[in-house]
Design a protein around this ligand. Structure first.
Ligand SMILES: Cc1cc2nc3c(=O)[nH]c(=O)nc-3n(C[C@H](O)[C@H](O)[C@H](O)COP(=O)(O)OP(=O)(O)OC[C@H]3O[C@@H](n4cnc5c(N)ncnc54)[C@H](O)[C@@H]3O)c2cc1C
Length: 370
């Protein structure tokens, strides 16, 4: 093979790159996916999986099938470094993987810097670890007939949606669900006021103990201790706090933004290495910073694929400007969703039907492959 193109991580942008390269392969280029997980979850359907609306198969993309349909090579390993001098991807339990061009779409995990969070908290990412823990918790609840008390840390869209999904799933146990949501400021600080109000009322109606303006200072076994002394009891504390980058990025010598994410040009190429590209939560386009959300990773798929093709052919890259406004749909998992766009918000069963339609249509593109 004349050139090696290595994709690290089967995130939302890379699944699209794989599909597009499969439809139109580049002669003389070997495409490789290095991935920690063989099935990648779609973030839009994750709360639905937790709520019991979707099965695992419905909400995940089978990367083995996708890679095979793209005629690519699959390496099932976790990447833990990049040697940019020798141009190799470093992996645990696998020999280094050489590249001419490499692209990173490995996501980001919740911030676990609070004392005790690593020891007693369950991070929502990696998703596989979280789902395993949640399944074990459901089995225990089925055996005992009683649901555990769940505390969710983080009041962004993910934390709010997950609280509602978990309440729905645990509601039917004796004594009902016991879910608390604790957040540093208000819930959904960047959300339109009307949407925030609708969701606050929904959380209250569902008996979710909402603790706002409370900063968790320490996680102890069985209790979250907030600054000011307030304490919240739990059997299981799930961490859905703001995204943090993988620690090994700091050792790569790649240009990073203030948060430690890969700094990109608008072409999705690294700001200081022409052989490295990135997309999704792990990166920030310096000229167009956006919230860490799956909608942006999804939209980066096509421009990333096109610029990787141009880079392989030695052609000039084209800049990509991400959308400034986007539709957010937060499911209540009780037959409705809250839709928001351009500072406006509305809710109802129609929004839930729309969310299901959009999510199913998106994931089907990567599942329905021969
Ligand atoms: C509960 C919840 C609900 C959410 N709902 C929404 C929503 O409705 N809409 C929205 O826009 N955003 C949502 N988000 C945010 C969304 O999850 C992320 O923004 C999105 O997943 C980012 O996509 P990504 O492609 O960057 O990475 P990811 O989707 O995280 O994918 C990363 C992939 O890389 C692989 N990987 C990770 N590390 C390595 C490694 N070291 N080596 C090899 N492979 C690796 C993983 O196996 C994974 O397949 C939600 C988040 C949560 C927690």
């Amino acid at each position: 093979m004349a050139q090696e193109l290595v994709l690290v991580g089967g995130g939302h942008a890379h699944v699209d790159v794989l599909k597009r390269f499969g439809l139109e392969p580049v002669p003389g280029v070997r495409l490789t996916l290095v991935t920690r997980d063989l099935e990648t979850p779609y973030s839009g359907m994750l709360p639905g999986l937790v709520a019991g609306v979707y099965s695992r198969a419905e909400s995940h993309i089978d990367l083995t099938r996708l890679v095979s349909s793209a005629g690519a090579r699959l390496i099932h390993a976790e990447t833990n470094g990049l040697d940019r001098v020798d141009r190799v991807v470093l992996c645990s339990g696998h020999a280094p993987v050489g590249y001419d061009f490499v692209s990173l779409d490995i996501g980001a995990g919740p911030d676990l810097s609070i004392p005790g969070a690593r020891e007693v908290g369950v991070p929502v990412k990696p998703v596989d670890g979280f789902l395993e823990r949640f399944d074990a918790l459901l089995r225990d609840a089925q055996a005992s007939g009683r649901a555990p008390r769940i505390a969710i840390v983080g009041g962004g869209a993910g934390g709010v949606e997950l609280s509602l999904a978990i309440e729905r799933r645990l509601r039917d146990f004796a004594g009902g669900a016991s879910v608390g949501l604790v957040t540093r400021h208000d819930i959904l600080p960047d959300y339109p006021a009307r949407g925030r109000e609708v969701l606050r009322r929904e959380l209250e109606r569902r008996g979710i103990d909402l603790v706002t303006n409370a900063e968790v200072a320490e996680a102890r076994p069985g209790a979250l201790v907030c600054r000011g002394g307030r304490s919240l009891a739990f059997n299981e504390a799930i961490w859905v706090t703001g995204a943090t980058p993988p620690v090994w990025l700091a050792d790569t010598g790649l240009a990073l933004d203030d948060g430690g994410f890969v700094a990109l040009e608008p072409t999705l190429r690294s700001a200081n290495d022409p052989f490295v590209f990135a997309a999704g939560d792990v990166a920030t386009v310096l000229e167009h910073p956006r919230p860490k959300a799956g909608v942006f990773a999804v939209r980066q798929g096509k421009p990333l694929e096109q610029n990787l093709r141009r880079a392989l052919a030695g052609k000039p890259l084209r800049p990509f400007r991400p959308q400034a406004e986007f539709l957010t749909l937060i499911g209540t998992y009780d037959g409705a969703a809250v839709a928001s766009r351009n500072g406006l918000a509305a809710s109802g069963a129609w929004a839930w039907r729309l969310k299901q339609w959009i999510d199913r249509r998106w994931i089907r593109q990567y599942q329905a492959l021969t």
